[in-house]
Design a protein around this ligand. Structure first.
Ligand code: PGA
Length: 232
């Protein structure tokens, strides 16, 4: 089980330090725990979590090692500050910043090649689900990644992200099974995971953890989700 907290564009360095100091004092159980702060807060989080099992990942990573790529941060730069992995292909990057299946795949390949772990995000929109296209969309999105021991996929139905609408455990299980039929890697569920629904979703056979947005910003709720994961 892996629980990753995607902070999105919340918590600068001072807040990140305070959160991580609080988190390391909590009982979190035995699931793997990762926090994904914004880029400027990565070093603070790494420092505040030193000598713990809690890992720190970035929310994005460049596909090139260095060069004239304004606004990008490379895998080796992330490794230099003690970051262990990166999210790629999050639906917000696809929706607002032009990320595509191809660019997400290039980011994953570069990150894995440099020694970072990768959480690759996929998921259908509401329109795609209503049109009965969920399965082909997931197959297309997942097919661009290559299996790797340090790769996990996060299934995040776009209609469930930040909306309070969680996929039912059955919807999550079905989607995870489709993803695993294309790529044999662990699959996290993401989309309005909260302490109240975590245990039920995480109990599904093909759900190997969660990528948590909103509920990861609060130490109490994030710790409660980590504990629910270690019980399932
Ligand atoms: P949410 O976000 O938990 O706030 O729905 C999940 C995500 O986007 O990773």
């Amino acid at each position: 089980m892996l629980i990753a907290g995607n902070w999105k564009m919340f918590k600068g360095p001072a807040e990140a330090t305070a959160f991580c100091r609080e988190l390391r004092a909590r009982e979190l159980g035995n699931a793997g725990v990762v926090v994904c702060p914004p880029c400027v807060s990565l070093a603070s989080a790494v420092e505040a979590l030193a000598d713990t099992e809690i890992a720190v990942a970035a929310q994005n990573v460049a596909w090139e090692a260095e060069g004239a790529f304004t606004g990008e941060v490379s895998a080796s730069m992330l490794l230099e500050v003690g970051v262990y992995g990166a999210i790629v292909g999050h639906s917000e990057r696809r929706q607002y910043f032009g990320e595509t299946d191809e660019t997400a795949a290039r980011r994953a390949t570069a990150a894995l090649g440099a020694g970072l772990a990768v959480i690759a995000c996929v998921g259908e929109t509401e329109a795609e689900r209503e049109a009965g296209e969920t399965e082909p969309v997931l197959r297309r999105q997942v097919a661009v990644f290559e299996a790797h021991p340090d790769l996990v996929v996060a299934y995040e139905p776009v209609w469930a992200i930040g909306t309070g609408r969680t996929a039912t455990p059955e919807i999550a299980q079905d989607a995870h099974a489709v993803i695993k039929s294309v790529l044999d890697v662990p699959v996290l569920y993401g989309g309005s995971v909260k302490p109240e629904n975590a245990a039920e979703i995480l109990s599904q056979p093909d759900v190997d953890g969660a990528l948590v947005g909103g509920a990861s910003l609060d130490v109490d709720s994030f710790a409660a989700i980590c504990l629910a994961a270690s019980r399932s």
